[in-house]
Ligand binder design. Sequence first.
Ligand code: AMP
Ligand code: MG
Length: 350
Amino acid sequence: MQTQLLPVTDAALEKAAEILREGGLVAFPTETVYGLGANALNPEAVAAIFAAKGRPADNPLIAHICDTAQLDGLVRIPDAAPALMEAFWPGPLTILMPRTSAVPDVVTAGLDTVAIRMPSHPVAQAMLRACGLPVAAPSANRSGKPSPTTAAHVLADMDGRIPLILDGGPCDVGLESTVIDVTHGAPTILRPGGVTKAMLERVLGHVEVAGSVLRPLQAGEKALSPGMRYRHYSPDGQVSLVEGDEADVVEALEILFRQAEKNGHRACVMCFSEHVEALKACRPHDIGSRDNPEEVARRLFDTLRRLDTEGMDVIFSEVVPAEGIGLAVMNRLGRAASFHTIQARDVLPA
Ligand code: AMP
Ligand code: MG
């Protein structure tokens, strides 16, 4: 199959809508990451998403809408949801809703809830309006790879597998949407993202965070958010997170880099903009300013993809505080590192 990469024009949007109506796949930009969409009400079309991504069938998708009227007949809206929809839609918040049988099983991997989001990106909205369908879409990467935040990332993973990619430029948030469950018990963040815990708490009062957000799933533990089960966001090289006081971390990164190179590895560091100069001998990859966690979020997946194209096999990374958008950054970075963490103090000479 020829994959077309088109800038966004009225003609390109009409073409996308036509492909979607006919049961085909379209990659499109959202404010979080690029999505790979299909008509959510057509089981064969949705099955093609799983095939193109190499995605396990038990990992459910998010259904994207541009108008809440599209939910009629598909879901029961939980009591707490209208306030969330009012506050955060359109935007990077996905809300679980009990579903009816009108939603095909393949979308939800057989679960009795379906994840719903109304994206704010103008191209996503225009495409959803043009096709008039709810569009099921996971991230437009091959399964296991970091989510795509540019059209070039999508092309690298999907060339020859899908007919069309709409190029809307780089994504604004850079990490996937926040997933929240308000269907029973305390409101719980299953996956942190662009809408932070503090933002949600302003609307809902206390909000819980699923335990597996900042640690690996334990043996036998049920994944509340099925995506958390899988090796995810992972570059081919081995990533280690380095924690401690700022000056200690910079020194430790240099020591760890030299040791790895001495052992024959192709090593690098992922560090804040402020430390690039001090670490210039350590193949620094600038993750953004220490004072700007939104920038770190925006750049993270591009940096992880670069590590692969540059053939890095050992990577040492700085960390951000796990609060605000930093919780989402550390959830993704932690998984990229299989939660392998080094204390800077343990590396420095006594
Ligand atoms: P992706 O857009 O590729 O990040 O995939 C969507 C993610 O949303 C999945 O991996 C799940 O973690 C989460 N998700 C989707 N539907 C549900 C659901 N019904 N219950 C819990 N989590 C869900
Ligand atoms: Mg994904």
